[in-house]
Design a protein. Structure first.
Lengths: 106, 500
């Protein structure tokens, strides 16, 4: 099966757009972090598509897949720190809604 | 393999930093958190060694053609060494702040130093690479450590909220930037900036055939940088995070982290558009990027200064002022000429000195009055002249009045702007400096023009001493500009001619 590159890139753009929408519209910290993961996965898909576009049988373009592996690592590290901070905030406020945080204004 | 071993001495500062980081972790575990001050002294000593290695490297790089690329992705040149030296300097100042802050002692545990060093290591890699993978990893190392540092006071609602906001917006910017990089990779087939500028599928060839995807990709990556250096419209996290984070951490974020973002941004734009002998399409595109930066610069400095006018918290005011200063630096960049970039580098160096000092002052008075309200400073000016007079020096420098380094920096930016057809932006900057006078001098007014307060001032001689040294440097570099200017020239030159 050979999916055209344009379709893969379009899917990546849709994933990225959904991530952006989720970030802008939802106020629960965990959903917001999940939306960010969606955006990172859109980047991953685009990296792999790029690699396919620039690879030939003789000369594979490996930078894309390697970058995608590191993006997975970045996503995991960011989720770990992000969720730890959500828990810290939840202990103090008993909620994970971002809008309820209003100590800092001005 | 032998090639690999030969390259190792080039990254000696990074290796020393990593060893120091591990040593801090182990020593803190062995001490079981009982006497974390020892860990702080160890950190300071280690940073001294790193600085010594960096100075040696700076000397070696003096000869022509000494700049090189090792491991295929780390650029060893004066540009990166310049920022590494300033990073080590500001890390040392922040470690001193942590050690000397009487309020931090309650929380003062070894992880503070570990996270600071981790962030510093991230900066080291971030400023010295034109490979987007390593750039991104350095940026993430810096960001992850900064998120944890911002939330270091776990039981404090403001600190927890600052960290939460930081991690959410930081994650967004990382996602946007990575998507932009993935598009750039799809367009050019490489993640190396030098190859992107000159390779078989170089950006120059794509400008004419498909300008829209190139523009989208570049704007997305620039948005990621704009977040890191808090440029409008990606600045909204800055005041909240700066106000909520512990003050030593705020000084790190405002100074080292922001300057590192600028370093990476300068290299990104420089490698792509400030190339010697670039053809017409690249220059034209570079000019368009310059125009975009000029507009962002005008918006950033105006919004930052206007918002700073109505702040009552010193940390929040300095946060908005740091947004305004990002606008000034961006103005030097927007010229897209070496002279403007020199001015931007000089201003960044000035920014390191005067902002570290200003945050040191905030720290000093926070431990006296328990808050960072400007109103709580009333009448304390004459009580601790060793600290308040240096603060006046920093404020004069931040405003951009002689005889300080801030004046020299602004003067260079102004001249560079006028020389390169950005007269309107130079005038906007001059007007903004006048506006900034009002809010900076509210602090001076509170300190000296109110009725003297009855409060007694506990002595913090070591902290006062380090603030005083920073003030002396601020004036010294304002009067003797030649050495600093020569360093900036050498750095920008190495960026243009760096290992290709």
């Amino acid at each position: 099966m050979n999916v055209p590159h344009a379709h893969l890139l379009a899917l990546a753009a849709v994933l990225f757009g959904l991530g952006c929408l989720g970030f802008l519209l939802r106020r629960n910290a965990i959903i917001v972090l999940a939306s960010i993961e969606l955006m990172l996965n859109a980047a991953n898909l685009a990296f792999l598509t790029g690699s396919r576009m620039h690879s030939s049988a003789a000369q594979p373009s490996l930078e894309g897949p390697i970058f995608a592996l590191f993006v997975i690592l970045i996503a995991a590290a960011e989720a770990a720190v992000g969720l730890a901070l959500v828990i810290a905030l939840y202990r103090l406020k008993r909620t994970a809604e971002l809008d309820s945080s209003s100590e800092l204004r001005g | 393999m032998s090639n690999y071993l030969q390259s190792l001495p080039s990254i000696a500062p990074e290796i020393a930093m990593t060893v120091l980081l591990c040593a801090v972790l182990v020593v803190d575990l062995l001490l079981k958190g009982r006497d974390s001050r020892k860990v702080g002294y160890l950190t300071l000593g280690g940073l001294g060694v790193v600085a010594w290695l960096l100075l040696g490297q700076w000397g070696e790089l003096g000869s022509a053609g000494a700049a090189k690329r090792v491991f295929g992705m780390i650029d060893i040149d004066r540009f990166s060494t310049f920022f590494k030296l300033f990073t080590v300097g500001s890390l040392a100042a922040v470690v001193l702040f942590v050690l000397l802050d009487r309020r931090e002692r309650r929380h003062g545990i070894g992880e503070y130093y570990l996270l600071l060093l981790g962030a510093g290591l991230g900066i080291f890699f971030m400023v010295s690479t034109s490979n987007l993978l390593l750039l991104m990893l350095g940026l993430e190392l810096l960001s992850l450590a900064s998120y944890s540092l911002a939330g270091f006071h776990k039981g404090d609602k403001r600190s927890a909220e600052a960290a939460m906001k930081y991690v959410v917006f930081g994650g967004l910017s990382a996602g946007v930037m990575l998507y932009g990089i993935s598009l750039l990779y799809g367009i050019t087939g490489t993640i190396d900036l030098t190859e992107m500028a000159s390779g078989p599928h170089s950006l120059a060839a794509q400008f004419s055939s498909g300008p829209v995807p190139v523009a989208v990709a570049i704007v997305l990556v620039l948005a990621g940088f704009a977040y890191k250096v808090s440029v409008v419209p990606f600045h909204f996290w800055t005041p909240d995070v700066y106000e909520g984070a512990p003050t030593p951490v705020t000084s790190f974020l405002a100074v080292a982290s922001k300057a590192a973002g600028f370093a990476a941004l300068l290299r990104f734009v420089g490698k792509l558009f400030l190339v010697d002998g670039a053809d017409g399409a690249v220059q034209q595109y570079g000019a368009r990027i310059g125009a975009l930066l000029a507009i962002l610069s005008a918006l950033t400095m105006t919004l930052g200064n206007l918002a700073a006018l109505r702040q009552s918290s010193m940390k929040r005011m300095l946060a908005y002022s740091s947004i305004a200063h990002a606008g000034y630096v961006l103005m030097g960049m927007a010229t897209m000429e070496s002279s403007g970039w020199n001015a931007a580098m000089f201003y960044l160096a000035a920014y390191y000195l005067m902002n570290l000092g200003a945050f040191g002052f905030v720290l000093y008075f926070e431990s006296v009055t328990g808050s960072d309200d400007i109103a709580s400073l009333k009448g304390l000016g004459a009580k601790a002249l060793w600290v308040t007079v240096p603060m006046v020096v920093f404020l004069v420098s931040l405003t951009g009045l002689p005889p300080t380094v801030g004046f020299t920096g602004k003067y260079m930016l102004f001249v560079a702007g006028v020389d390169n057809g950005l007269l309107w932006l130079s005038l906007v900057m001059a007007l903004n400096s006048v506006v900034s006078l009002f809010y900076y001098f509210r602090i001076v007014k509170a300190l000296f023009l109110a009725e003297p307060a009855e409060r007694s001032m506990p002595g913090q001689s070591a902290l006062a001493g380090s603030i005083f040294v920073l003030a002396v440097l601020t004036v010294l570099f304002g009067l003797y500009i030649a050495p600093l200017q020569a360093w900036c020239d050498a750095s920008v030159e190495s960026l243009r001619l760096g290992a290709g």
